[in-house]
Every structure is written in C-alpha cells, then in structure tokens.
Design a protein around this ligand. Sequence first.
Ligand code: UD1
Length: 443
Amino acid sequence: MAQQFVIQSSAALQGQAHVYGAKNAALVSIASLILTQGKSRLHNVPFSDDIVCMMNLLVSLGASASYNAQEMILEVDTTALADWHVSPEIMRKMRASILVMGPLLVRFGKAVVAQPGGCDLGPRPIDYHLKNFLKMGVAITQDTHFIDAHVTRFTSARIVLEYPSVGATENLMMAAAGAYGVTTSIVNAALEPEVLNLIAILQKMGASITIHAPATIIIEGVAQLRPIEHTIIPDRLEAGSLLIAAAITGGTLHLPQAHAHEMDVFLLKLQEMGHTITVGSQGVGVSIQATKDPQAVSFKTGPYPSFPTDLQAPMMVAQCVANGTSIIEETVFENRLLHVRDLQKMGAAIRVEGTKAIIQGVPKLYGASVTATDIRASCALVLAGLIAQGATIVSGISHWRRGYYNLEEKLTRLGARIMVRETPQEMMLDSIEKQQGIVKLSC
Ligand code: UD1
C-alpha cells in the first residue's frame, strides 16, 4: 500500500537506539544459502522489503523460509530447492537478485536470470559479474530479456576487477567457493564489511578463503558446503543515518551495537564538523553529542574504507545547514545526486557540477512535498524533514521500506515527529500501473 511520511520539525533527538543487522550483508547471506543443502539460521536480520524479496526468491526456487520477528531470526531450509530460473518480476524488484547467479551455478551448473535493467542511480551494468564468470569457465548466452548461464567444469582463474565492485566480488566469490578443485584469485576485490561478513559465512560453510594485501581474495573451491548459523553484522548505514539525525537536530545519541571501525571516515567527518564522537572499547558502541555550531566539511565517496556512497545523501543534509561551503563528490555511481532537486525545493543552496555538489550552508530548511527516488535519497529527505520549518511530505516511501526496517519508529522514539499516512492518489496510480503491467525498476 502506498504511503507518505508527514514530518514536522523535531526537537533534539535524545537517547539510545538499537542498530539492526546490515540489509546489504543479509541480502547476500541469504543468497549464499543456495550453496548448501539443509537448514540455516541467520540472526539479526532486518525484515526490510528487500530482505522479504530475497527470501521470496529462494522460496520461488523451492526453499522454505520462516522469520521470527521478535528474535529477528531467519531460518531457511534449502533441501528442496530445485529450480534455477529467477523470474523477471523478482529481478526487477531488486537488482541484488543477480547475487544468486554464482550460487545457482554451483548448485545446478545452470542459472537463468532476467536482465536486471537500469535504475535511478545510472545504468548499473553487471559486466564485471558476467565477463569473469566466463573466465571461470561459465558459458553465457543472453538477449534483451534473459541471461542463460551454464557450466560443466569450473576452471581456475586469476580475475582482475577494474573497480572493486561489491556485488561482483560477492557473486564470483560464492561461485569460486563451491567450484571443487579450482583456485580463483580476485584481484582488486571489494573488502567492504558486508563482503567480510560473507567471507565469514562461507568459511563457516567449509570454504577455503584467504585475503592477501592489498586487496586480493584467494578461494580454493571445495566439494561441499554445509548449512550454517550466523549473526549478521550491524548496519553501518543505519547507524550512520541515526548519527546524522542526532547531529542535525542538536541531540545526543548512543548506539551500543554500532561498529565504529567500520565507519571511520564518516565518523572523522562528523568530528570535523565539530560533533563529539565517543567510541566504546574495541570500537563497539558509538555516541554523538552534537555541536550547536556545525562547520561544513567536504568529502568524496569511494570504495571501503573511504566515505560510503550510501551515506552521501544523508550526510548532504547535514552540510545544507552547516556554517560555510562544502563540496561533495560522488565517485561510485554516476547518477547519485537526484536528491539534490528535492533538497533545493526545501531551501537548500546546492549547485551541481557534474558529479560534484557544492553546498552553501543556510540557516534553515523549509517543509515541502518531496519524492524519494532511491533508498538512501529517502533517508536524506526524512532527515531534512526533521529540521525543516513546516511540514515535509515525503512520497516514494517504498524505497525507505526496501532499505530500512522500522527506522521511522526508532527515530520517533528518540523524539522525531514522523507520521505515516496512506495516499489514495498514489494507491490509485499504483493499481493502474499494476493493471497495465507496468513494473517500476528499482535498485
Ligand atoms: C552494493 C550495495 C549498494 C552500495 C554499493 C557500493 C548491495 C545490495 N548494494 O551495490 O548499497 O551503494 O555496493 O558500495 O550490497 N559496476 C560496473 N559493472 C559491474 C558492477 C558494478 O560497472 O558489473 C560499477 C557500478 O555501476 C558502480 C560501481 O561499479 O558504478 C560500484 O558498484 P558495486 O560495488 O557493484 O555496487 P553494488 O554491488 O551494485
């Protein structure tokens, strides 16, 4: 059902919040279970819409799954998983569905998936996935609708990624883990915390994986991978969003679960703005005490451990109301400044030059009717609403629901004024699109 948020200017957020497991880590973890036969149990799984979609994907292939909302435990039994065709409907709902390709190739020697298509962040190609599957001995045919892949025998390969793609590293690594008797090296691999979480899972399954400086992953394929029990790492992106919410409202917040050492550059930037950050022993637990006089800071997004692209939009909101000028450069995705238009609508002084946003801090933002275009943009607009004068109405909440689980409730408990309302017009539009078979692509 289509919904909107109606957000009112909120007092300084105060208190403590529980950070859930990382959505992106959970997604690929669920996909990896295809490599095993039996019942696995994942703890700390946020039940956001993307997670439901990945769970449904496995169920559509024959697995059974159940989620315990109280305990946040997802159980998946892959014993009866018997199909290797991923439907276009599922692929279109979530691009991360491509991550089942590697595991399906191991399990069946075959994978047929629909083309993922483009999205609001830009073209989002999957060429690093496909050309390196070819290097591993996979045969691939494709047309405009489907990718049909099969492999009789994987071959050893030294794969060099021209860019440390998170998804390609994960997909290739999962295929390599189950490619018996074969050695695969992935050079210039992504080493995001979510990738390390996947490595920990694969090792629990019995995979042989080592990491070599500066960024090479070597995988010796094994004959069999077994079901696992695993706790998903805390979501550094949810943690970051909560810290920004406290920072911009002038509040104080403690996040006992947050892993500070997985968000070093982001925390550095908050400190450079003048906020006080305190980190618990061994980097577990992060607190913020916001400054009343935040200074603008500049930053550039990049692969981990650089500033994460997924916190670029939320952090831009903090720069909109800071003292001075900041320059934010987006280097990961070519079209990830779409939230600028809506922030401008709310009174932000932002100029876009190519992949850079130049922001002149203003004393105030103003409530407006805005529309989220992707998961992280939805977060930016909600945060902007917390400090805007007058009501902010945020549409496109389906993106928020894909990426965050109950985050509006967490913010509300800390003092945010966020109301959810149904939107009859959007509901009508939605149902017309469904009747006409129009499916919106999402990322
Ligand atoms: C993952 C995250 C996403 C995050 C991104 C970067 C999930 C489900 N999503 O996305 O939230 O923003 O990492 O940290 O984990 N590229 C190619 N060809 C490819 C693959 C990628 O050109 O085959 C390009 C992309 O267009 C992009 C860059 O590489 O410009 C990085 O993309 P990638 O790291 O693959 O992101 P995702 O895995 O899709």
